[in-house]
Design a protein around this ligand. Structure first.
Ligand code: PLP
Length: 390
């Protein structure tokens, strides 16, 4: 290879299908087989062929972990039984007395895990507006060991500057962990912007078909990966080979799905902005979004999630979300089908109301995961639901 012909980095579309994967060495099977075995024969005591027991390592899970690491531009991946199991494993790195700075509109389950579980282990959490580097800087102190952010945030679709957060966290030798569930590696790769750990709920876009629960952690630091691997094995909340297979299958179409999710969401958000019943639309792809420029710089697309405030009292908003027919009223996001929900009573019901309101998540906020259905059907459905419910 000459200097004029440097090695090419494969595109994300190619990485999604081939990254970190090889045909099965035994049979040539092109798709990674489901290794449904809890244990593996050893040639002599302690002498195995790379796998000994499926909690510590399973070939189907390893294939997924390697594929995810390729997509995030990291070296190492760990897959878990849920997104929350993955997030909890990051907290296992901390010791009692440690302090964590967290975004104030993170997923409600993350908030519950931090406050209702880990505060009892003497970890301290400060929930701050992570869109403001000044607020984060003020909250960071010598005991801070971790800065935890989501971007785009759930449910307000705010954008957090990952590079700025990385500088702030590292100035106190704290780790920066980024929950990249909403963006996926197709739209945003936090490790390349200075994050130490990327977390995912595989349940969402990566699985992509609303048929599994799973989570993952990715890093490019070997020591960190070894620690995460120790807790993955010791706590044991690992992803099953069946679910790893389904996520691997989902990822192959991730780039194509994200393109269409983004296209549909942008069109729905733009249309909603002109709708007479709508007060505010939250979508980073709109020029009216306060961090639109940062989103355009940091992301390769704005994603499939849209938030909306309607100009109606709460009871009307509740009947509107119950009237949709193409959008299903349900928690979760990132599947091929469109979902609609009210965070105050559903995904964020465990966040204390005063705290939720202070973070800007009103009772009447609606969150939509815009799916891959026909755009005209999605708009017509929202239009009829607003009419029928109001
Ligand atoms: N992170 C985000 C941004 C989420 O939206 C969710 C779930 O909705 C999770 C993490 C938790 O993932 P799981 O439900 O797979 O445990």
């Amino acid at each position: 290879m000459t200097d004029e012909n440097p090695p090419r980095t494969p595109t994300l579309e190619t990485e999604a299908i081939h990254g970190g994967l090889e045909p099965d060495p035994e049979t040539g099977a092109v798709m990674t087989p489901i290794y449904a075995s809890s244990t593996f024969a050893q040639n002599a005591p302690g002498e195995h062929q790379g796998y000994e027991y499926s909690r510590s390592g399973n070939p189907t899970r390893s294939a997924l972990e390697s594929n995810l690491a390729h997509l995030e531009g990291g070296e190492y991946g760990r897959a878990f039984a849920s997104g929350l199991a993955a997030i909890s494993t990051v907290l296992n790195l901390l010791e009692s007395g440690d302090h964590v700075v967290v975004g104030n509109d993170v997923y409600g389950g993350t908030h519950r895990l931090f406050t209702d579980v880990y505060e009892d282990y003497d970890l301290e959490f400060d929930f701050v507006d992570t869109t403001s580097p000044t607020a984060v800087q003020k909250a960071i102190r010598p005991a801070t060991e971790l800065v935890w952010i989501e971007t785009p945030t759930n449910p307000l679709l705010r954008i957090v500057d990952i590079e700025a957060m990385s500088e702030l966290a590292h100035s106190e030798d704290a780790l920066l962990a980024v929950d990249n569930t909403f963006a996926t590696p197709v739209l945003q790769r936090p490790l390349s912007l200075g994050a130490d750990i990327v977390a995912h709920s595989l349940t969402k876009y990566l699985g992509g078909h609303s048929d599994i629960i799973g989570g993952a952690l990715l890093t490019d630091q070997s020591t960190l990966d070894e620690q995460l691997g120790f807790y993955q094995n010791s706590v044991g909340a690992t992803l099953s080979p069946f679910d790893a297979f389904l996520v691997l299958r989902g990822i192959k179409t991730l780039p194509v799905r994200m393109e269409r999710h983004t296209e549909n969401a942008q069109a729905v958000a733009t249309w909603l902005e002109t709708h007479p019943a709508v007060e505010t639309v939250y979508y980073p792809g709109l020029e009216s979004h306060p961090q639109h420029e940062l989103a355009a710089r940091q992301m390769d697309g704005f994603g499939g999630m849209v938030g909306v405030e309607l100009d109606y009292p709460i009871d009307i908003v509740e009947s509107i979300v119950s009237e949709t027919e193409v959008f299903t009223l349900a928690e979760s996001l990132g599947g091929v089908e469109s979902l609609i929900e009210q965070p105050a009573t559903m995904t964020h019901a465990t966040v204390p109301r005063a705290e939720r309101l202070q973070a800007g998540v009103s009772d009447s906020l609606i969150r939509m995961s815009v799916g891959l259905e026909g755009l005209s059907d999605l708009k017509a459905d929202l239009d009829q639901a607003i009419d029928a419910g109001s």
